[in-house]
Design a binder for this molecule. Sequence first.
Ligand code: HEM
Length: 404
Amino acid sequence: MLNLADHDSFTRGVPHDTFARMRAEAPLHWTPEFAGQRGFWSLTRHADIVAANRDPGTFSSAQGIRIEDQSHEEYLARRTFQETDPPEHFATRRIVQGAFAKPVIAEFEGVVRELAQDIVARAVRTGTGDGVAMIAKELPMKMLGRILGVPDADLDWLVEKGDALIGNTDPDFTDTVLDKVDTDAYAMMPFRSPAGVELYDYAEDVLDGRRPVTDDGILRRVMDATGAMDRLAFKNFFCLLVAAGNDTTRYSIAMALYLLARDPALYNTLKTGDYFDTAGDEFIRLASPTLHFRRTATQDIEMHGQTIRAGDKVILWFVSGNRDGAVFDAPDTAVLDRPSNRNLAFGQGGPHVCLGMWLARLELRVVLEEICRQTSALTLTGEPSWTRSNFICGVKTLPLTISP
Ligand code: HEM
């Protein structure tokens, strides 16, 4: 079994064999202390992850949500509402959730369509290159700008900083690699990253009116809401959106491109046009871009013949639950019309279920439709490269030829 605490275990893609063995032989698995970080429990079966995710009283988000250890001061400095439990969690979530509701997001379909048409058309003209840069990165980036309400001119910079946060363990995304260099100077910053400092400055400028934001963007709405966030909460929320609202959808689109290019029969099935309503979720299931989120046990818990002690870190490996054969027939195969796709990629079932879920799904559907409409074949010209991270399943590059 590969060591899940080690980011190098993920540099050739997700170690699905290790997760399959854990589901079968060690459904509650202990990884001992590694690289100066406390050990942790792993839950890998779908049913166990769902149960824990539904029970924030026992499996709390309020001491950190990634494997990294944090002092209480670091936790307080960096937390967003994602790192809180009900009822405190809902007090903030209720300020922002309206803007992400399904019917509100549905109104963006025209904008998404226009952007996707243009992105795919340009990729077709380019023909051969990196599918991530040509297609997967573009749409989420542009939509992030629309959702936040910031100028397009700022997007390249924001995305670069978002990548540095999410990819804080990959030398291609940051010089300050979390487990390789001393990051103590950034302990109070999002993702313990210098990019967090720069994003804080940007958010300060927004708060103080030095940077323009549109009236209908989420940043303006949050600043104007009654019971609005204080400055620190706003800055952390901004960083969360720049990170979460961008890479995850990019990597879902990239995974879809990869699977379609690898399997012409799958591409031809999608091209029939019969599966656009369900295909997106299936690609997101197989991508599982956020591999895990962490909880902390608030009491001793007996499980699978072992005891999780109060205070222990418990990792919910959504990526593993998403390939659990007890729930999914042919779990490693893309089944475009999978009935009742009970996938966990968005943290479904728990209070923290992804706010951006409807946006990500809309982007996936529309971009898949445009790819099928404008292309006749996708051909791999090499193998993908993967983000060095046990937190994010990132298709970093995807050598591809796109035929008109
Ligand atoms: C395919 C794309 C995406 C995936 C796989 C994904 C995954 C997730 C997951 C698993 C959670 C639950 C975290 C937990 O349990 O602590 C979550 C929460 C969240 N996501 Fe996403 N996400 C995606 C896209 C987005 C987008 C596009 C946005 C915003 C524009 C976004 C914003 C958020 C926020 C704000 C939360 C915190 C919600 C809360 O704590 O109540 N996500 N996401």
